[in-house]
Ligand binder design. Structure first.
Ligand code: M5T
Ligand code: MG
Length: 609
């Protein structure tokens, strides 16, 4: 017997909710573990800045002390040349080192951040995911995290890279001539104020741009997910118009953003040039009237560019940073959402549950004002089968959603084995309860991987096949050329609705849960196959409490308790025989379905089937 290569999935119910305790809100927090590398990057960048500044000072020296005196000695020239080479080497290597360290920490920070964000997203509640837009979430995990990466790799380090040379070079100018120093920074407060003004403008425009981009990705994502509906209703034109509208809106907001940048550049550029001209003007007149030497003027001119352009670029970075900060807030917003605690619970279960449920006037509402379940009262013993029948929207799915605590009931009392359901840790309940959802979802992986998905342990091929057999899907799988290795979805086969349901059923059966919930799990299966599944299930349902939601009386007949639901209430309750003996919906449905089946049988036999 071979064991499958499917990786063992970690059980949802673990000893510790690592992420629940970790909220990666706060930029300093996000940098944890890489702060020193980052600091190292800043130090390297300052060393390279000092090297550059020394080069300029040396240049001034060369002019003043050597060249100005004529006929310099070659040994002096060689010493200067060597000095320049050493300084250049210093500057180059430390720039490289600084960049490397910054890139290293930025990449690692974002790598971890993205993983944590994904982890956090997965742990958010059903309620959150019910409301959140997939496209928007994708946008936050991809584009916003990327924008944050740029904050760390380029912008934050960039500001450091520019501020340090500014300070160092400014001190150097002050040392040359303090009046010149003060004149050289005349325009700087104005440049900074302008940058802050644009910082605010650009952040709000960028935020609205990002929001619209998220709307656009949601539109695209929905269109692609629902492409069959679009085609079936021939709504391509409508969809195109909708996409075009959102796309145009994105263009409009993008244009508004670019416009702001377009105003920003020339404004600060001209301020920087005015500053340069003032510096040169004053500097040259001081040189002409002999207050400073030509060498000093030369060094000053070089140093002046080293303080004006950094400041102008700091402005640019501040503006770019504003966009990074918007993205940071969008990411932090997700981290601020409470994760669904999986291990918390007033009650610590010691072993498997028995499966006795007691509903006592249970009420439930998704939204404040719309009560979905009213006054649900029934009892079931361990190992019993509870069946639910009722019109669409009557609250059957909502009722079973309460059991694994996907949602918490809002009134009355609901106990499992005599303990309040809300005292159980959610992770534990989900380990104990297997649910075949009404609209099962299969991953784009092999059929085997899909079936093994919830087992949480090493599974043998024989077990996979046994589960598939019980779900009446084994033969179907074998009919595919690749058998259990057949890929499902996108790059593989498209399974029929009934096949999907049965693979999902096999997945839940393999999990071997104490409590089994089958939400309309055979609705897309023909009567004959349903019969086969029912027979197999009868074995599997033994000793485990089972909830069946079905539309056919045949499927619910065997239940110990049948609940007939209507508008969120139980309108009839009892066994098949009890309910048949009563006036009511159940008997009507039974009579109707029996009559249809009889007629169908007659028709089929008349055509020889
Ligand atoms: C009952 C609402 C739904 C309906 C009522 C699952 C779900 C349902 N509802 C929500 O607001 N949010 C949800 O996540 O609750 O719905 P149901 O429980 O799904 O009904 P059902 O299972 O009996 O119907 P069906 O069609 O599956 O037989 O008002 O809007
Ligand atoms: Mg339902």
């Amino acid at each position: 017997m071979t064991a499958t290569t499917v990786p063992v999935t970690t059980p949802a119910y673990g000893p510790k909710d690592a992420v629940a305790e970790n909220r990666w809100v706060g930029l300093w927090r996000i940098m944890q573990g890489y702060r020193f590398t980052y600091l190292g990057a800043l130090v390297s960048i300052s060393i390279s800045a000092i090297a550059r500044m020394t080069t300029f000072l040396l240049l001034g020296d060369l002019v003043d002390r050597v060249l100005a005196q004529g006929h310099p000695e070659s040994s002096v020239l060689v010493t200067f040349a060597l000095g320049f080479v050493v300084l250049a080497a210093f500057e180059g290597s430390f720039t490289y080192l600084g960049n490397r360290m910054a890139a290293y920490s930025a990449e690692h920070i974002t790598l971890r951040l993205r993983t944590l964000l994904f982890d956090h997203l997965q742990r958010l509640s059903f309620m959150y995911h019910g409301k959140a837009k997939t496209g928007d979430l994708i946008q936050r995990v991809s584009s916003d995290v990327d924008a944050l990466r740029r904050v760390f790799s380029e912008q934050a380090i960039g500001i450091g890279r520019l501020m340090l040379p500014f300070i160092i070079n400014f001190i150097a100018i002050l040392a040359l001539n303090w009046q010149l120093g003060l004149i050289s920074v005349l325009m700087i407060p104005l440049i900074m104020l302008t940058s802050v003004y644009f910082f605010k403008k650009i952040s709000s425009r960028y935020e609205s741009f990002q929001e619209q981009e998220a709307v656009l990705s949601t539109t695209l994502q929905e269109n692609l997910a629902g492409v069959r509906v679009v085609k079936a209703f021939a709504r391509q034109e409508y969809e195109k118009a909708k996409f075009e509208k959102e796309n145009k809106e994105k263009y409009r907001r993008g244009k508004a953003l670019v416009q702001m940048h377009a105003y920003f550049w020339p404004t600060t550029d001209s301020m920087a040039w005015i500053q340069m001209l003032i510096g040169w003007g004053v500097g040259s007149s001081l040189a002409i009237n002999g207050t400073i030497s030509v060498g000093t003027f030369l060094a000053y001119s070089a140093l002046l560019t080293q303080i004006v352009w950094p400041i102008r670029n700091v402005g640019r970075l501040i503006v770019q940073l504003s966009m990074g900060l918007v993205s940071y807030h969008r990411v932090a917003e997700i981290f601020r959402e409470d994760v669904e605690p999986l291990t918390e619970g007033a009650y610590t279960p010691t072993g498997d549950v028995r499966g006795e449920f007691n509903f006592d006037h249970v009420g439930f509402t998704y939204e404040e004002d719309a009560q979905v379940l009213h006054d649900i009262t029934f009892h079931c013993e361990p190992g019993q089968i509870v069946a639910m029948l009722g019109s669409t929207g009557s609250g059957k799915t909502s009722l079973v959603n309460l059991l694994p605590r996907f949602y918490d009931y809002t009134s009355g009392s609901l106990t499992l084995d005599g303990v309040d359901l809300n005292s159980y840790p959610r992770g534990f309940l989900r380990q104990q309860i297997g649910i075949v959802e009404q609209e099962p979802f299969l991953f784009s992986r092999t059929i085997r991987e899909n079936i093994c998905y919830g087992a949480g342990r090493e599974v043998t091929d024989a077990e996979v096949e046994a589960a598939a057999q019980a779900a009446a899907v084994h033969d179907v799988v074998l009919s595919f050329p690749n058998g259990y290795n057949t890929l499902v979805g996108e790059k593989g086969v498209t399974l029929s609705g009934g096949q999907k349901q049965r693979v999902a059923l096999a997945r839940t059966l393999l999990k071997n849960p104490r409590i089994l919930i089958l939400d309309d799990s055979t609705s897309s299966v023909d009567t004959e196959t349903e019969g086969a599944i029912r027979e197999a299930l009868e074995q599997l349902m033994k000793n485990r409490t089972t909830f069946i939601i079905a539309h056919r009386v045949q499927s619910v007949m065997i239940a110990d308790v049948i609940l007939v639901m209507d508008k969120g209430r139980i309108v009839q309750k009892g066994t098949h025989d009890e309910l048949l003996a009563q006036e009511g919906i159940y008997r009507q449905i039974y009579n109707l379905q029996s009559r249809i089946e009889d007629e169908l049988e007659k028709e089929l036999s008349s055509v020889g089937l």
